[in-house]
Design a protein around this ligand. Sequence first.
Ligand code: AP5
Ligand code: MG
Length: 224
Amino acid sequence: MSLKPLRIVLLGAPGAGKGTQTSRLLKAIPQLSSISTGDLLRNEIAKKSEIGSVASKYIADGKLLPDLFMAQLVTNELRQRNWLNRDASFLLDGFPRTANQAEKLDSELESNQANVNLVVELDVPPSVILDRISNRWVHSSGRVYNLQYNPPKVPFKDDVTGEPLFQRPDDNPETFKVRLDSYFKELAPLKQFYIKKGVYDKVSGDTSDIIFPKLLELIKKRFS
Ligand code: AP5
Ligand code: MG
């Protein structure tokens, strides 16, 4: 499937399935690549870098990192990957997540004629999400499993590398609540920003199997 350049932002509560939808989209749309800021930060923590040491304090508490810090991190990443141009296609999972971050991203992309052309909110009821998180196991690459919904072939081992899976330290119920509250606090102004730009859309559903076909259809319709 060949599509016009697509620059997508996925919005969604923690556990809504941003990572899950992203990996499905990457398989379905070969021209697409992605950045997950959560994975980026967790990599920095694993490397014990300076960025990682800043990030670990915020993440452990379920708090958002400062907007300027995140905007610089993502801009550097976009530049390094050579995605700051009108022909680039990419998907951002987990950035921007405040209106302030969205403004910073927008001015960087605007000056490179590479504006975001679709923002999709993954709308999943919070009650459904809370159930999922206790069953989530992840690999250091960012690959996500769920013990019930998409279990690894060998229990607690990554399908691709065979390495052990682990649970994220910020997936305990107290920290998760902080993350969820913060998401809903930031959502309205963030959404408003992209509604004004005319690129906002929403896909609702209780499961990723319901959401994925709707999301793919929306993308095909816009970018064919
Ligand atoms: P980040 O890693 O982005 O976490 P998040 O936004 O809280 O989102 P999650 O990764 O928890 O959820 P997801 O939507 O990807 O869901 P998933 O696909 O895994 O960020 C972590 C932290 O980094 C933040 O708290 C913050 O501190 C910092 N940070 C990152 N970006 C930042 C920014 N821009 N500004 C400031 N700080 C930032 O799915 C969840 C589970 O559900 C999985 O187990 C999955 O297998 C399962 N699942 C999926 N579909 C189904 C289904 N149909 N049925 C059952 N289970 C399912
Ligand atoms: Mg994720």
